[in-house]
Design a protein around this ligand. Structure first.
Ligand code: PMT
Length: 405
């Protein structure tokens, strides 16, 4: 956890039985070399005393927005500026709702509003509260703003129930926070990305293809490299420069893309299929240019191409697999069904009928769907979207790996 060395962590503690674990969390963060200051809500003080947190952090604890003494030493704006990161652990359902609403009626929500530092939350609550539509909607909205949730874990709860909602253990939280300061969330991972269209030859001069420019896949490759991953980019024909640092494998047809994908997937941790693969190819490729006779309609016989992402999932069931679903109607329903059919962990629903997003545009907007959640990322540049997607997919793949341990 050496990446916490000299990092300034503002630990927010809200009211919940897991607040007692915040004491150990302070110790873990300080063991990692972090300087820790603690802000507690009034409800948190009912579960654990500020004195305990002061003794462990070695700093005065902040409990009130309008405290003349605290404002004289380090006021809330300075505290918000001081932090390299804010971690709220435990984050209660009430706090999550108030953070989502942008409230600023107590110290902790005000600090979150005033900071430019990244905010991480460790949800902790009863499993039914976690599953409630309100909490899930609040979490999804916070994630779409770039706030990352660590956990929650699943298991037996203080209330006697069993299910998701347990705060992750302090050591896990400290490690995850440390990871955010390391070279990137994908350091040490290999990510394979397919991008662009495929071309299916008809004859020596003609082909079937589609409007994919490769912008989305290339932006994902750049974002994954920035997050520290080794990236293999398998690209159909595109007019884009190779992303610096990526291993670029240029292919033309779906069959070539399949062969390159299966080979690259063998050493991959994450596979993202952003390519627009032609579903069909001509049954026969004419050796010579097809001549027009000007009278009769030309009939082409097409055969189905192999499903690349489904083949990769079948060959490498342990890698974290992500497909896109380019749809023009019933976008979410079709995407959900496609996720099941292709057996991928996650599918990114892309409405390619909407103006200004999708094929060949500079912007995009998507909904990320996995087994238990759906998160809409509103319209933004493909680069910005790719960064948000990579953070999200890194977190999801890490959660799945952790669950498998
Ligand atoms: O390239 P851009 O101009 O930036 O546009 C981005 C994009 C719209 C191409 C991209 O965001 C996108 O939606 N990519 C998927 C396009 C597509 O072909 O979707 P699909 O719904 O037909 O396919 C579903 C998934 O299966 C995709 O992940 C696709 O890569 C994969 N697939 C499809 C067919 C096939 N034979 N093998 C596959 O692996």
């Amino acid at each position: 956890m050496s990446t916490l060395q000299n990092k300034r962590i503002l630990l927010g503690v809200t009211g919940g039985i897991a607040a007692y674990k915040a004491a150990e969390l302070v110790r873990r963060l300080r063991e990692g070399g972090a300087e820790v200051r603690v802000a507690m809500t009034r409800a948190a003080c009912e579960f654990i005393t500020p004195m305990t947190m002061q003794a462990l952090s070695g700093q005065a604890v902040h409990t009130s927005l309008l405290d003349p003494e605290a404002e004289a030493a380090m006021g809330h704006i300075e505290l918000a500026r001081w932090a390299d990161a804010i971690l709220v652990a435990p984050a209660s359902a009430d706090f999550i709702a108030r953070l989502h609403a942008g409230m600023g009626d107590d110290l902790l929500t005000t600090l979150c509003l005033a900071t430019r530092a990244p905010i991480y939350i460790a949800p902790a609550m009863n499993q039914a509260m976690w599953d409630s539509a309100s909490t899930q909607a609040n979490i999804a909205a916070l994630q779409s703003r770039g706030i990352i949730a660590f956990g929650p874990g699943s298991g037996s709860q203080a209330c006697g129930e069993i299910g998701p909602g347990r705060m992750l253990e302090p050591i896990d939280l400290a490690t995850r926070l440390a990871d955010t300061f390391s070279a990137g969330s994908l350091t040490g991972s290999t990510v394979v990305i397919t991008a662009g269209p495929t071309r299916e030859a008809l004859d020596p001069v003609r082909y079937l293809s589609n409007h994919s420019s490769g912008k989305m896949g290339y932006a994902l490759a750049e974002a994954a490299i920035a997050a520290g991953a080794k990236v293999i980019l398998i690209s159909g024909p595109c007019q884009l420069p190779a992303p610096e640092g990526a291993e670029l494998l240029a292919v033309e047809s779906a069959e070539q893309m399949l062969a390159a994908s299966l080979a690259a997937a063998a050493s991959a941790d994450i596979f993202i299929a952003a390519a627009a693969v032609c579903d069909y190819r001509p049954l026969n490729i004419s050796e010579q240019k097809i001549k027009k006779n000007g009278k009769d309609p030309l009939t082409l016989k097409l055969v189905a191409n192999p499903d690349i992402i489904a083949s990769v999932v079948a060959a490498q069931p342990n890698l974290f697999s992500v497909a896109f679903a380019a749809e023009t109607e019933h976008v979410l329903d079709y995407a959900r069904a496609k996720r099941q059919r292709k057996g991928v962990n996650c599918i990114i629903a892309n409405d390619v009928s909407a103006a200004g997003i999708g094929f060949n545009s500079d912007d995009n907007a998507v909904t990320v769907i996995d087994e238990s959640s759906e998160l809409t990322l509103d319209k933004r540049s493909k680069s910005q979207l790719a960064r948000a997607l990579i953070d999200l997919l890194a977190e999801k793949s890490k959660n799945i790996k952790d669950q498998a341990l």
